[in-house]
Structures are given as structure tokens and as C-alpha cells.
Design a protein around this ligand. Structure first.
Ligand SMILES: Cc1ncc(COP(=O)(O)O)c(C=O)c1O
Length: 355
């Protein structure tokens, strides 16, 4: 079996661990360990009969909830079958551009989406743009596109609005993938969704699968100018978002206690987990992550560690082999519940302290 290009491939992991997929403790997909919210499970159970009917192609109840959340008119939103579906149409938009700049290392789907429409990516190394984009700005023209993931996967780096704003002034198509932005509470949030009415060259992509633990249901949305959505609607399947996903989205966005709990849980847990990982001399947490995952550099290849963790502990970590700029000495882990983080730490200690 080929090694996966994305986290969360439990079938692949289970084959190596010789167990069933649900016996794997998965640190490779960056999903909120408190999800899905109980309110969502209850709403889905009460709504199973809706699978008989075609879904509303405009996902109206969910768009209503998004207008309340982001205080923008409904025409600015397009709901998708996960952020991944929306990134495919980003790829189509980018196919019409001269150059497509992507901050790397990057989520592999950007290359997939851009390549699907016969374009290629111009890589922008993260260290070059981590502090600001001033080196890149003079190169960008309205004929270009740039894709930035904020907070950045796999490093967890967060750019402030103030650092990203100058990109919008270049007239280039600016795609901000904010798939993990909802892990930051409103006061710490650096989203540029509010700038969309002012900048028709901006597309913000959001996922609802990470924060709410709904990866198997597939749900995301994008925010951009209404004219763009007219074009995308003509390209896509009218029923790409199903009835249960729409109901789950409305319920999840309304579950304030779930959101508050996650916002309170994450920062101290992430800090304690990073500090504990750093006590292992063979490991170093690379950046100060603002997201729900940590990027770690090991003293050597982690491929044997990954196999050991699967075979001896049924734990899956995300190797970074599919990020060409990182390679086999890096891995990424989701921040999970404290007891689960402890399980990984003990397993790593056991590996590195073997005679
Ligand atoms: C940066 C980034 N964007 C988008 C996605 C896709 O999210 P979704 O599950 O909503 O398709 C992922 C999934 O891992 C991701 O890491």
C-alpha cells in the first residue's frame, strides 16, 4: 500500500498495526478530539428521514447561520463538500492565472487542485514570508494568484491581518485557506472574511470538519464576491452538500458551549503537550503553533518511529514525507485530550529509551 498523502488514513494505519481502523489512536488528522458535538449527533439522529429528498442546492439554512456568524449578506457565501471541494474550484480559477504562488510546505491539495486545471505552483518558502510578504509583493500582478493557509498547516504559524492585507492591494487573486482559523477564539482571530466586500480579488475558504470533528460528513464554505459564485455554481454539481451535512452545520455553528469549551481547552493543552515533547532530547517542536497541531523535528528519520507506534501502540502520527520541503525527519501531531497526549508521550519515551 502507498503511504498516504493526507493525515487520517486509518485503513492504511490499521493494515500496518494489524487491528481495525477504530482501534487506532489518530494523531495524524488534525481534528478536534471533543467533536462531533453531542448537539450535532442528536440533530442528525432526528433528521435521518431527510435523506430521502434532494438537498437544497443553495444550502439556505446553513447560509442563514453563516450570515449571522460573519455579518455579511448571504450572497457572499458558497457551501461546499468540505473545503477540499471548494479548493478544486480555486484550482480552476487559478488555471486562468499567469502564476500561482503557494506558501510551502503546503497542504497537498493545492497542488492537486492547481494541476487538475493544467497549471503549476510557484513555491514560496515559508521562512521567506513568515515575518512579512514584502519580498513577494513587488512580484505579484493582477494576472497572478497566491494561496496562503492561515493558520498554516503543518507549522501552525499565524499571520496577522495586518501582514496579509498588502497582498490584497496587488490585485492578484488572493486565496486564504482558513481551515483551522475557528480554533482561535473571536478575540484572537485573524480572519480576513470581513474584508471580502471591499476586495473582489479575495477568496476565503473555511472548513467545518476540523473544529467540529465532521471529517466523514464533509462540510466547508467559502466567502467571496457574489459574481464569482455565479461562475462556480455553473461549474459544480448542484447537490454536492447533502441534507445531513447542512443540518450538522447549522447545529454546530449554534453550539456556543462546544465552541467555548474548545477555545478554553486548546491553548494550555497545546502548551503542555509541546513542552513535554520538547523534554525528549531527540525531538524539537518547530514553531509556536496557534492551531490544534504541532510540527516536530526529530534527530533522524521518523519512519521507524511511525511503524513502532503503530505496531506496538496503535498510534498514528503524520510523517511529513509528502511535504518535499520537510521530509522524513519531521512529523505532525494533533493536540488531543490530555490522557491521549500522555499515551503518545509514553510511547515515544519507550521508543527513544530502548536499549
Ligand atoms: C489546510 C487545509 N485546508 C483544507 C483541508 C480540507 O478540509 P476539509 O475536510 O473541509 O475538506 C485540510 C484538511 O486536512 C487542510 O489541512
Amino acid at each position: 500500500m502507498h503511504p498516504p498523502r493526507h493525515g487520517g488514513n486509518l485503513a492504511w494505519a490499521a493494515a500496518i498495526a494489524r487491528c481495525t481502523p477504530n482501534e487506532i489512536l489518530d494523531f495524524s488528522a488534525s481534528l478536534n478530539p471533543w467533536g462531533p458535538p453531542k448537539s450535532v449527533i442528536a440533530a442528525l439522529q432526528a433528521s435521518l428521514a431527510t435523506i430521502r429528498d434532494y438537498p437544497d442546492p443553495d444550502c439556505r439554512p446553513l447560509v442563514e447561520a453563516l450570515t449571522t456568524l460573519h455579518r455579511l449578506p448571504k450572497d457572499y457565501f458558497l457551501v461546499g463538500n468540505g473545503a477540499a471541494e471548494l479548493l478544486t474550484w480555486v484550482g480552476r480559477e487559478c488555471g486562468q492565472r499567469q502564476r500561482v504562488f503557494v506558501v510551502v510546505p503546503a497542504f497537498a491539495d493545492y497542488r492537486r487542485a492547481v494541476a487538475a486545471f493544467d497549471s503549476t505552483v510557484v513555491p514560496l518558502p515559508l521562512p521567506q514570508v513568515q515575518n512579512n510578504f514584502s519580498e513577494v509583493l513587488p512580484k505579484l500582478t493582477p494576472a497572478d494568484a497566491i494561496i496562503v493557509n492561515n493558520p498554516h498547516n503543518p507549522s501552525g504559524h499565524l499571520w496577522s491581518r495586518h501582514h496579509l492585507q498588502p497582498l490584497l492591494e496587488t490585485g492578484a487573486l488572493v486565496v486564504l485557506d482558513e481551515a483551522f482559523m475557528d480554533f482561535l477564539p473571536p478575540a484572537a482571530n485573524e480572519s480576513l472574511i470581513a474584508a471580502v466586500p471591499e476586495y473582489p480579488n479575495l477568496i476565503v475558504v473555511r472548513s467545518l470538519t476540523k473544529f467540529y470533528g465532521l471529517a466523514g460528513l464533509r462540510l466547508g464554505y467559502a466567502v467571496s464576491s457574489p459574481e464569482r459564485w455565479q461562475r462556480w455554481r455553473a461549474w459544480r454539481d448542484p447537490w454536492s452538500v447533502n441534507n445531513l451535512a447542512i443540518i450538522a452545520g447549522v447545529t454546530a455553528l449554534g453550539d456556543r458551549p462546544f465552541q467555548e469549551h474548545t477555545w478554553q481547552w486548546l491553548p494550555p493543552t497545546r502548551q503542555a503537550f509541546a513542552a513535554a515533547l520538547n523534554t525528549l532530547p531527540e525531538l524539537k517542536v518547530v514553531t509556536k503553533s496557534k492551531a490544534n497541531f504541532l510540527l516536530i523535528q526529530a534527530s533522524g528519520s521518523i519512519l521507524s518511529v511511525q511503524t513502532y507506534l503503530l505496531q506496538q501502540h496503535r498510534i498514528l502520527i503524520r510523517d511529513c514525507c509528502s511535504f518535499p520541503e520537510l521530509g522524513a525527519s519531521y512529523f505532525r501531531v494533533a493536540v488531543r485530550r490530555d490522557s491521549e497526549n500522555q499515551r503518545l508521550l509514553e510511547a515515544l519515551r519507550a521508543y527513544y529509551q530502548r536499549p
